[in-house]
Design a protein around this ligand. Structure first.
Ligand code: ZN
Length: 358
C-alpha cells in the first residue's frame, strides 16, 4: 500500500517511476546521463535537452547568444546550456511548469504579487525554483573545476554530496508524478520588488551549501530555501515585514545571504519523505520539529555568505563611501556591512543605497 521514505525505487504499472531511491537518483540521474525527470536512457527514447535557464527567460531578456559564467570560470552560451532530458518530459515541463510560470511572473511587480495570494501559484513557482536549482547542479556534474584542463579534470559535481539533492529532485518532478505537496514541503519563499539600476534584468544566484536560491525576473525578485520548511522566512519575519519599497540588487543578494545563514543555523532539521498510496497517489511530506531552534547569529558566517552572494556585484557597490573592490570585499567579509538596514536597524529603501554613478 504505502511506501515509507525513499528506501527503494517505485515504478507503477504503466512503467512510470513515481519515486527514485536515493541510490538510483545518484547512479541514474546524477551520474548516469538518464532523463533527469523520468529516468529514461538516451538509448531508449528521443532526447530534447532542457534549457537550464528556461527558453521564455532567454526570449524575454534576449539572452540566447549571451554568455553565462560557470562556477569554474568557463563561459557558455545560455542557448547551449542544457541538461539531459527526453522529448516527452521536456514537453511536460513546458506545459505544466514553464508556460504557467512565465505567465505568473509577467507584468508589473504589483500584479505578480497579487497572483501570489494563491497558494497554488506560490507552490508552482517554488517547484520551478527547485527545477532550476536541480538543473544547475546536475549540469555541474559535467563542468570542469579548472578551465585549463592541464590543471586537472575534476568536475564541480565531484564536490557535491548528491544525496542532498534527492529531496529537491522529488519536488522538482512533482508535475510529472502528480505528487501532492503537504504543508511545510514548500519552504521559505519571499517575493520582493527589485530595482537594480545598471544590473541585468535576469539575475540568478544560489548558495549551494544552504539550498538557497535567489532569482530575479525583471523587477520581480524571489528568494527561496529548498529544504527549510519555512524556517528562514520565519526567523527573519521582522526584517522582511519592514520592506515597504523596491530594493537594490545588492540588497536582494543580501536577502539571499540572510536566508542561507538562517537555514544553516537550524539545529534540528526538517526531514522529508514520499508516500505512495494504492500505487497511484504520490504525496511528499515534511516532518518538522515541534519547536524551531536556531544557532546564535554568527556575524563572520554572514559576512562570508554575503561576499559569496554579491559575487561580481562587489565591483560596482560602495561601502563607507569607497568603491575600491578590495576594501568593499574586506568590509563585506567582516559581516558588519548591511545594505538592507541603516545603523539603527531601520529598513533602507533601494533608492538610498544605489551608488551615485548608477
Ligand atoms: Zn523523460
Amino acid at each position: 500500500m504505502a511506501e515509507p521514505n525513499a528506501a527503494r525505487t517505485f515504478i507503477n504499472s504503466d512503467g512510470r517511476t513515481l519515486l527514485f531511491s536515493c541510490e538510483d537518483f545518484v547512479e541514474q540521474i546524477c551520474k548516469g546521463g538518464a532523463c533527469f525527470i523520468c529516468g529514461a536512457s538516451p538509448t531508449q527514447t528521443t532526447f530534447n535537452d532542457e534549457h537550464i535557464v528556461p527558453r521564455w527567460v532567454l526570449r524575454r531578456f534576449n539572452l540566447f547568444d549571451k554568455a553565462i559564467t560557470l562556477p569554474g570560470g568557463e563561459k557558455r552560451r545560455y542557448g547551449g546550456y542544457r541538461v539531459q532530458c527526453c522529448a516527452s518530459c521536456n514537453a511536460v515541463l513546458g506545459e505544466r511548469v514553464e508556460n504557467p510560470v512565465s505567465e505568473l511572473l509577467s507584468g508589473e511587480f504589483g500584479t505578480v504579487a497579487a497572483r501570489m495570494a494563491s497558494e497554488d501559484a506560490v507552490e508552482l513557482v517554488y517547484i520551478w525554483l527547485c527545477l532550476l536549482f536541480l538543473k544547475v547542479h546536475l549540469k555541474d556534474a559535467a563542468v570542469p573545476v579548472h578551465k585549463d584542463r592541464r590543471r586537472g579534470t575534476h568536475v564541480i559535481g565531484d564536490l557535491y554530496d548528491w544525496a542532498d539533492l534527492h529531496h529537491v529532485h522529488a519536488v522538482a518532478r512533482a508535475p510529472y508524478t502528480g505528487a501532492t505537496l503537504l504543508p511545510f514541503v514548500v519552504g521559505s519563499i519571499f517575493f520582493v520588488e527589485v530595482d537594480d539600476r545598471g544590473g541585468d534584468e535576469w539575475d540568478f544566484v544560489d548558495l549551494t551549501f544552504a539550498h538557497t536560491i535567489a532569482v530575479r525576473v525583471g523587477r520581480v525578485g524571489i528568494v527561496a530555501v529548498l529544504n527549510d520548511a519555512g524556517a528562514a522566512e520565519s526567523s527573519w519575519s521582522h526584517r522582511l515585514s519592514s520592506i515597504d519599497a523596491p530594493i537594490s540588487g545588492a540588497q536582494f543578494r543580501e536577502l539571499a545571504a540572510m536566508f542561507a545563514v538562517a537555514n544553516d543555523d537550524i539545529l534540528e532539521r526538517p526531514t522529508y519523505g514520499t508516500l505512495i498510496i494504492q500505487e497511484r497517489w504520490v504525496t511528499i511530506f515534511a516532518k518538522v520539529p515541534a519547536k524551531l531552534r536556531m544557532a546564535n547569529f554568527d556575524q563572520k558566517k554572514f559576512g562570508a555568505a554575503l561576499e559569496f552572494a554579491l559575487g561580481n556585484m562587489i565591483d560596482r557597490i560602495a561601502v563607507d563611501g569607497s568603491r575600491d573592490p578590495n576594501y568593499v570585499r574586506e568590509r563585506v567579509a567582516s559581516g558588519e556591512v548591511r545594505f538592507l538596514i541603516d545603523e539603527k536597524g531601520r529598513f533602507r529603501p533601494g533608492s538610498a543605497v544605489w551608488a551615485p554613478s548608477d
